[in-house]
Design a protein around this ligand. Structure first.
Ligand SMILES: N[C@@H](CCC(=O)NCCCC(=O)O)C(=O)O
Length: 249
């Protein structure tokens, strides 16, 4: 029987509101996609210290950084744009510590939505803070009335997303107003919306299996093909674990 890799997932967080206590949560599509693709999902609530994060990552083979609210641009030395709806600071602190540790140990990682944006900025890239202003010609990338909003996608054929989607007409689930502007060194763009907005990046580094999608393959509105991205990720994680086991045997 082939190994079922353990895949970590960060959880979102909501602060206490008038009638609800603080709580942490994860949209089911993320962990269901990991299970369907042959992995074992393990959900991490927002830990706040490096030692605990390191100990948790020691038990995992790969990590999926989930979507969510906006990262606060002030944490990277930029002004806050009025359109920004920040995620809870507890989650942002956790996500940044987590991402740094994942990068440091070259752990296989798949960033989705905010997760990809975080990967890009922590590795030296940057973001557009509001597409309607930064790229006014862009098609809508989110629709407040329609959680299942989709747009089309052009993929690079010699890439992971290219293998997954092939040549046909592709439509993906989209819910964002920020996007990658400059891509971090060591990564390349492997999919764009026809309007030019970056929709997927993949690592070109020999020692790090890392990819990100701005679109949401875990969404209920995702196509049957989208699960193939999770399968590719989990197969890649499994291959790396099996190679390491062979080396120590
Ligand atoms: N900062 C981002 C957020 C993109 C994103 O992750 N959207 C999904 C939110 C809901 C979820 O958790 O699935 C932006 O550019 O808007």
């Amino acid at each position: 029987m082939s190994l079922k890799p353990i895949i970590g997932l960060n959880a979102d967080f909501r602060n206490t509101a008038r009638s609800t206590p603080a709580f942490s949560f994860l949209a089911a599509g993320y962990f269901q996609s990991v299970i369907k693709a042959g992995g074992i999902p393990v959900i991490l609530p927002p830990l706040q210290d490096e030692e605990s994060i390191q100990a948790a990552l020691d038990t995992m083979h790969g990590f999926i950084l989930i979507g969510g609210g906006d990262l606060d641009p002030r944490n990277d030395g930029f002004m806050k744009h009025p359109s920004i709806r920040e995620m809870a600071p507890i989650r942002e602190k956790f996500d940044r510590l987590l991402m740094n540790e994942i990068a440091e140990r070259r752990m296989p990682v798949f960033g989705i939505g905010t997760g990809m944006q975080l990967m890009n900025i922590t590795q030296g890239g940057n973001l557009f803070f509001h597409l309607p202003e930064d790229l006014p010609e862009a098609v809508p990338h989110r629709d407040a009335q329609d959680l299942n909003h989709r747009h089309s996608l052009n993929v690079e054929s010699d890439s992971l997303v290219g293998r997954v989607f092939g040549d046909g007409e592709i439509r993906v689930s989209s819910r964002h107003h920020m996007a990658i502007d400059e891509v971090a060194a060591g990564f390349r763009v492997t999919a764009r919306c026809p309007d030019g907005v970056i929709e997927a990046i993949e690592s070109e580094m020999m020692d790090w299996f890392a990819l990100g999608t701005q679109f949401h393959p875990e969404s209920g509105a995702a196509s049957a093909l989208d699960i193939r991205i999770f399968e590719e990720f989990i197969d890649g994680v499994r291959e790396r674990v099996e190679n390491e086991l062979r080396l120590v045997a």
